[in-house]
Design a protein. Structure first.
Length: 360
């Protein structure tokens, strides 16, 4: 059967892989592995982003004293990650499929070189029919440097690897037009660009995951804007992945419709790297108007009013309009000192070239 996708990223949330007592649900993991193996054999490249290391480690280690949450997380995830990848290795081996482990941190996306190294590593794996299994490297990630959760990571990976779809498996059927527990609420089946969802989303978090529905929606929107279909579905439903691919119209989920204009790969990287912004470039009213028009323009010194922070050439900076609103991010062509020297002058080279500018 002809599939609409040839490369997908699948994110399995901790609330899908975790039992009520906080330990790993191996039965569910096995069922999902079977489905991914089926897609793989049907010629679809799958990149798997999997949570569950903490749950996997929880039953292994008996701690002799009360650990604080960071220590506990690092201990359980270090032990659990080894166990988790081993489980996947065994499960996929039954299907004759090799897997590889990719552990990453937020900083790995902060420089273009690291970003491309990661991309290359995973491309080589896919070319050789190996399924990459990605997780955050929790043992070295400390809270402020962490991804909000693996949803954010999966968005980055889908974008970086030019996947055609990102499937986020959670423990609910999708985004509801109300409180999911309310019988009158139903799943929003399709979400087009520009649809405001803020009045629907519940901000209460799921019990195990770090990211609630709001995070999922914000990430889904950004990824869909890059031309990637994003699907949020219930990973605890039987055959969910197989059904989403084979019966897309009848399988319950929320689908974010992708933008028609795909974004260049460099802009994708910049779009996801605002967390690494080293400073700010403030622009005047005229520059703001030109930038927010339909024209493709760069940011020139003539339109800059002042600079916040210190940055080097090729750093990521936030762009702030004349009202003080952050309107985007870009990669700078020069240092903050050079920008200050050229402020307000005509005929100087672009500080942020259009190709390296991502407007929200």
């Amino acid at each position: 059967m002809e599939h609409q996708f040839t490369r997908i990223a699948v994110k399995i949330g901790s609330n899908v892989l975790t039992r009520k007592d906080g330990t790993l649900d191996v039965t569910r993991m096995s069922a999902l592995t079977d489905q991914i193996a089926g897609l793989h054999k049907a010629g679809i490249e799958v990149i798997l982003i999997s949570s569950g290391a903490v749950a996997s480690g929880r039953s292994e280690v008996k701690t002799n004293k009360k650990l604080d949450s960071v220590d506990q997380r690092q201990l359980f995830s270090a032990v659990g990650q080894a166990k988790l990848i081993n489980r996947y290795y065994e499960l996929f081996r039954e299907h004759g499929i090799a897997v590889g482990q990719v552990l990453t941190t937020k900083e790995n996306f902060g420089t273009r070189r690291h970003y491309l190294n990661q991309k290359n590593c995973m491309s080589v794996m896919l070319e050789n029919k190996v399924i990459p299994i990605v997780n955050e490297n929790d043992t070295i990630s400390v809270s402020e440097l962490m991804f909000t959760d693996n949803d954010e990571l999966s968005g980055l990976i889908a974008s970086m690897m030019n996947a055609q779809a990102l499937i986020i498996l959670s423990n609910i059927d999708g985004i509801y037009n109300g409180v999911p527990s309310d019988p009158s609420a139903s799943v929003i089946r399709e979400i087009d660009r520009g649809k405001d969802l803020s009045n629907y989303i519940q901000t209460s978090k799921s019990s195990f995951g770090r990211g609630g529905m709001l995070t999922k929606t914000n990430i889904a929107r950004k990824v869909a804007d890059e031309g990637i279909t994003v699907i949020i579905a219930n990973g605890k439903r039987d055959d969910i992945l197989t059904n989403l691919i084979n019966y897309p119209d009848t399988t319950l989920c929320t689908r974010f419709l992708p933008s028609e204009q795909p974004v260049s790969s460099i802009k994708k990287w910049i779009a996801h790297s605002e967390g690494f912004a080293k400073g700010e470039i403030h622009i005047n009213e005229q520059a703001t108007q030109v930038l927010t028009s339909d024209k493709a323009v760069s940011i020139l010194p003539i339109g800059i009013t002042h600079v916040e922070g210190e940055f080097e050439k090729d750093d990521i900076v936030r762009i702030i309009d004349n009202q003080g609103n952050a309107i985007g991010v870009g990669k700078v062509n020069c240092t903050s000192r050079q920008v200050i020297e050229a402020l307000g002058k005509h005929g100087k080279k672009a500080v942020v070239h259009y190709d390296y500018l991502y407007l929200e």
